[in-house]
Ligand binder design. Structure first.
Ligand code: HEM
Length: 152
């Protein structure tokens, strides 16, 4: 349990914390000081370095999560409501990330490589909205799990 929960929390910190930094600090800073060609190239590079860590986090979160549910708690029938909510929200986050990765991010990379910055800007705008959604869901999970562990 100790290893699984440690892995679980580290993965949550990497994914949710990474989104918080990107959205709350890097995004406004890049928008304030960089012209579109440089800004879009920066984001394409940032995502290419951050998204592999998101994949690792996803495997660690789901792997350790299911492992705890099955081997520690004895199945989904035995876990608290907050674990069901965490599970449901995590699946939504996964689907949102899969969409970002295989749709707008893939095109952002291509448009940046082609130096088509107006189109790349549209893809970045889509990614920004989707990452805002996932950031809210991630923070919500952290609130629900902490409240849930104490109250229900
Ligand atoms: C983005 C996705 C997720 C985040 C941010 C997240 C976050 C957390 C956090 C912060 C904890 C509390 C750790 C502690 O007690 O110190 C936790 C516990 C747990 N999570 Fe997740 N989790 C996610 C996905 C999942 C998934 C997919 C499952 C699979 C069902 C899962 C199952 C569990 C279980 C079983 C516990 C232990 C609950 C307990 O000890 O009462 N989590 N999670």
């Amino acid at each position: 349990m100790t290893l699984a929960i440690t892995l679980h929390v580290l993965a949550a910190v990497v994914w949710v914390g990474g989104m918080f930094f990107a959205y709350m600090a890097l995004r406004p800073a890049a928008a304030a000081v960089l012209e579109p060609p440089l800004r879009l190239t920066l984001w394409s590079k940032v995502f290419s370095l951050f998204f592999p860590w998101v994949w690792v986090s996803i495997f660690a979160l789901f792997g350790s999560g299911y492992w705890m549910v099955i081997y520690i708690f004895g199945g989904f029938a035995q876990v608290g409501t907050y674990v069901h909510i965490m599970h449901g929200l995590a699946i939504i986050m996964l689907l949102v990330f899969l969409h970002v990765y295989y749709a707008p991010y893939k095109r952002l990379k291509q448009f940046v490589a082609d130096k088509n910055f107006p189109e790349a800007g549209k893809k970045l705008a889509q990614i920004r909205v989707l990452i805002a959604i996932n950031l809210c869901l991630g923070l919500l999970i952290l609130i629900i799990v902490n409240v849930g562990q104490r109250l229900f």
